[in-house]
Ligand binder design. Structure first.
Ligand code: ADP
Ligand code: MG
Length: 293
């Protein structure tokens, strides 16, 4: 396409709520056949709510909430915001945290009221030899079967509870996936969350291909692997944990509602955080490039 046509396409993108880094970006869009979609904050709103608190046998529900809430108060993760907010509502002022550490894609750890507390995936607790036990495992399975995320809580060497959080699928996501399919693209859901939750969200929006339980650092390898299979990959994401994958993708699309790091790593920004704009972007580039044979 001529520079003039590409510039016009870029201007049209801005009208559609799509910010395009440079005119050449539209050229990369043409051959895309696969669209990898991050789950949390991209397909879902990322605004999570705390729905349930399950204490292990003999444990105090309020103490589970207090210690987990205090720890999550130090984290920016959407799950952490939900837990800290829910805990403050139910138990009041939260204690202070010392030695806080964020364990990327797994959870958080720190010292609260003299207890060494872990909050996150069961894998994080397993690393510290804190298996859930039958009762918490049952609560976890029940939550995940409903598409909710179960967050494990442990301290001083034992698992103590499970917190159930969920966020809503954006009401535009299913239509966006249908539009992407209509353009001949294969959607793939990519998430650090567990396979049951991922599968449930995928079914809701009409995605067949699901890659779950991927650590933030490994998301880029998933994109590389798909490219190695000869696929031309667009990636849509919002988080710090998506940045490397967005940069690796043949076309990176950031949610305008997402983090600056994701936006900087991307070729396109979907200003309104509406996934349907991803389909608009592909359509726009095909039309722009199609005008000049
Ligand atoms: P996604 O890929 O869906 O954007 P993340 O990579 O940010 O998700 O997180 C993957 C998983 O790690 C979450 O689903 C959650 O189970 C766990 N996790 C990460 N950070 C936290 C936290 N601060 N508190 C609890 N769980 C967490
Ligand atoms: Mg995300």
């Amino acid at each position: 396409a001529t520079p003039t046509a590409l510039m016009a396409g870029t201007g049209r993108g801005a009208q559609l709520g799509i910010l395009i880094k440079g005119p050449e970006v539209l050229e990369n869009t043409r051959r895309v056949d696969t669209v990898v979609l991050d789950k949390t904050g991209t397909v879902t709103t990322g605004r999570m709510a705390l729905l349930d608190v399950v204490a292990a046998p003999g444990e105090d529900r309020e103490q589970v909430l207090r210690l987990a809430g205090a720890l999550e108060d130090a984290s920016e993760h959407p799950i952490a915001r939900a837990i800290a907010t829910g805990a403050a509502e139910q138990v009041g002022t939260l204690p202070r945290v010392e030695d806080f550490t964020n364990v990327e894609g797994l959870g958080v750890q720190g010292v609260v009221d003299g207890h060494a507390v872990l909050v996150g995936r069961t894998r994080l607790l397993a690393e510290w030899s804190q298996p859930l036990g039958a009762d918490l495992e049952r609560a976890q399975a029940a939550a995940e079967a409903e598409g909710r995320t179960a967050v494990a809580v442990g301290w001083d060497g034992a698992a103590r509870g499970v917190l159930v959080v969920a966020d809503a699928v954006k009401d535009t996501s299913a239509e966006a996936v249908a539009q992407l399919r209509g353009l001949g693209l294969t959607p793939v859901l990519l998430t650090g969350d567990n396979a049951t939750v991922a599968r449930s969200v995928a079914t809701t929006v009409g995605i067949d291909e699901v890659i779950a339980e991927v650590l933030p650092a490994d998301k880029v390898d998933v994109v590389k692997r798909l490219q190695g299979e000869g696929r031309v990959v667009a990636m849509v994401g919002d988080g710090v944990n998506d940045a490397a994958a967005l940069a690796q993708a043949d076309l990176g699309l950031a949610m305008g509602t997402g983090t600056d790091v994701a936006i900087e790593a991307s070729d396109l920004t979907l200003v309104r955080g509406d996934l349907r704009a991803a389909a608009d972007a592909i359509r726009l580039s095909r039309r722009t490039l199609g005008t000049i044979k």
